[in-house]
Design a protein around this ligand. Structure first.
Ligand SMILES: [Zn+2]
Ligand SMILES: [Zn+2]
Length: 135
């Protein structure tokens, strides 16, 4: 049985991830705020080899401060953000908590880019928080 399953709002794109979740956390950077349309993004990282995607996605690429190019794959029909990647660090894909069915498995381990968090966002004090991305 797959460990994680999920789909976009319209159902055209779905996925199964069978391996372990490598890490998961909340990102409060302005890029994540803009692309998610929300206060922050909760990302769950899985290995590409563990991930099976069904359906076609469209890709947006953008470069960030670190010099890396990030990819954002979304459903071309409903616009749901589905998969995040980093061309400089291949082999890993970020799933979005909002598209995952197994809600019990969503347990962020850290908050990053809290320097740009919205003032109304209350952080979980029991997990580490970083102003930017920890080096
Ligand atoms: Zn869709
Ligand atoms: Zn971010």
């Amino acid at each position: 049985m797959p460990k994680l399953t999920g789909n976009c709002l319209c159902g055209a794109v779905s996925f199964e991830a069978n391996g372990d979740i490598q890490m998961q956390g909340n990102c409060h950077c302005t890029d994540c705020q803009q692309i998610s349309g929300s206060n922050f993004a909760t990302l769950l990282f899985v290995k590409d080899k563990d991930l099976k995607i069904t359906g076609e996605t469209k890709r947006f690429e953008h470069s960030v401060d670190s010099g890396n190019t990030l990819t954002k794959d979304f459903c071309p029909t409903c616009g749901s953000q589905m998969f995040g990647g980093n061309i400089g660090r291949p082999g890993m894909t970020a799933l979005k908590a909002g598209s995952i069915n197994e809600k019990d498995l969503i347990a962020p381990q850290f908050n990053v880019y809290v320097s740009s968090k919205t003032p109304c966002t209350i952080l979980d004090e029991s997990i580490p928080a970083f102003d930017k991305m920890p080096g």
